[in-house]
Design a protein around this ligand. Structure first.
Ligand code: DQA
Length: 145
């Protein structure tokens, strides 16, 4: 059976495709998961897409990943900039963690420049649009091969 990668998304990303399309584009989470599944087929990984608007739920999803996932691709959205709880949860996970931001957070407001999650992530992709997820997936394949 192929290893599973959790693709975890934080608050407001359920509205992807409808929300601030000038910044985040018109593709949806469903488009992202199908792009990632395609790459997954090539590199022998399966994907599970998760999204929550609640910090504690994201912490619990990461706890589930400890049993179920070989790696985590996470866009923590606004919690990137605020959540020590998500950082601590990721620190309990033993596999690789890759952080994705659709927009280039370094080109935006100063409060978006720091991410707690980056202190744990093996790598960070920002500003590649939704394509960042598929790029992260390919790198995950390399890390786990
Ligand atoms: C985001 C950037 C965050 O600053 C923001 O709060 C988001 C999305 C991105 O994907 O570019 O919700 O993580």
């Amino acid at each position: 059976m192929s290893k599973t990668i959790y693709i975890l998304n934080g608050p407001n990303l359920n509205l992807l495709g409808k929300r601030q399309t000038d910044i985040y584009g018109t593709e949806t989470l469903e488009d992202i998961v199908s792009d990632c599944a395609k790459v997954g087929k090539e590199v022998g990984l399966s994907v599970k897409l998760l999204q929550s608007n609640h910090e504690g739920e994201i912490v619990e999803m990461i706890h589930d990943a400890r049993e179920e996932a070989a790696g985590i691709i996470i866009n923590p959205a606004a919690y990137s900039h605020t959540s020590v709880a998500i950082l601590d949860a990721l620190n309990t996970f033993e596999g690789p963690v890759l952080e994705v931001h659709i927009s280039n957070i370094h080109k935006r407001e100063a409060f978006r420049h720091h991410s707690f999650v980056s202190e744990r992530a093996e790598g960070v992709i920002a500003g590649f649009g939704v394509n960042g997820y598929a790029l992260a997936m390919r790198h995950m394949g390399a890390l786990l091969s």
